[in-house]
Design a protein around this ligand. Sequence first.
Ligand code: 13P
Ligand code: SF4
Length: 382
Amino acid sequence: MARLIDSGPGCPTPTPLRAANAAEARGLEYTEEVKAATDELYPLVEDFITPMEWPAVAPLVHEINRLKHEKNAVVLAHNYMTPDIFRLVGDFRGDSLQLAREAAETGAGTIVQAGVHFMAETSKILAPEKTVLIPDLEAGCSLAASITGEDVRLIKQRYPDYPVVTYVNTTADVKAECHITCTSSNASQVVEHVAREWDSDTVILVPDQYLAKNVAAQTDIRILTWPGACEVHELFNAEDVAALREAHPGVMILAHPECPPDVLEAADFAGSTSALAGYVGDNHPSKVVLLTECSMSDNVAAENPDVDFVRPCNLCPHMKRITLENIHDSLVEMKHEVTIEEDVRIRAKQAIDAMLALPKLEKPAAFETGLEPLDIELVETA
Ligand code: 13P
Ligand code: SF4
């Protein structure tokens, strides 16, 4: 329960001392030129970085933005990046689906993925001619680690008549074995589409058991799933929601669909990271809590200064591996390049393309809240 203590803004933002050391180690100084070029950026992060601390951070930011220009590179920043990355060096920001679309469309020759490895793979799958860099190769995901391509081959052998949908939080190998991908912005749309296409009353949705249960509650389609979970979202539970309501009467509770179903049952609104941000931007609730990764509240709060945020802090240790320092080094040394075997890439692209070919939703689909959790079956592979 300690994690539900309001952590206040900027809890995971890098310490200025670390930033100062990092800038110095890279021969970067807060010169007059750097000051002039970065002064206008400071207001974007003034809630997270004090004026005294700014001279330690600004040289790295300035150099990253210079390198991007020199190398025709863009930084695709997921909503879970810390505000220094998200607001100061991210050229395009959003949820997994938005970042995937942007990777396919950007005119830049190099993509630096400020997110986790499966997101960088998705960029490479969609944009093979571009150089895709991930600043830290260890930036993984508990969902992506929970299932392999071989697991999906066994599932398909066991259930040849059912379409297999994979959440995008998976490796290219897994995507290559599945019929279509989905994200938290379009999971119900994808499941219903593929059920119609296969004329099947059952769809297999892997690897997130909670996302699958949450989708199952929204549709009449029978869903089978896999015992994967997001290590960040699985920590939330219905007691947390009750405790938040008691501590903050009138608070609006918004949850990501990777949370267990009892959380969505008790929440006021649920959806992908962009759906949550969109809800706050559209409705301006006086007090809100986002049951998702910690930095998300910082980033949404910065866009909505009139909204009071309660900030429980569950960090994604993988997302937090990405820092200004390693984004800088990634651009200098053009590392770590993400590569995918061409036959795997082509098959994985088919699964992503099948998703991208669906009618573009006007906004990310929300999950209905207040629905009774459903027990759904896990697939058998033996
Ligand atoms: P979104 O697609 O909602 O941004 O989710 C990505 C993710 O990793 C959530 O944990
Ligand atoms: Fe994976 Fe969860 Fe981290 Fe998202 S928040 S990258 S699903 S571990």
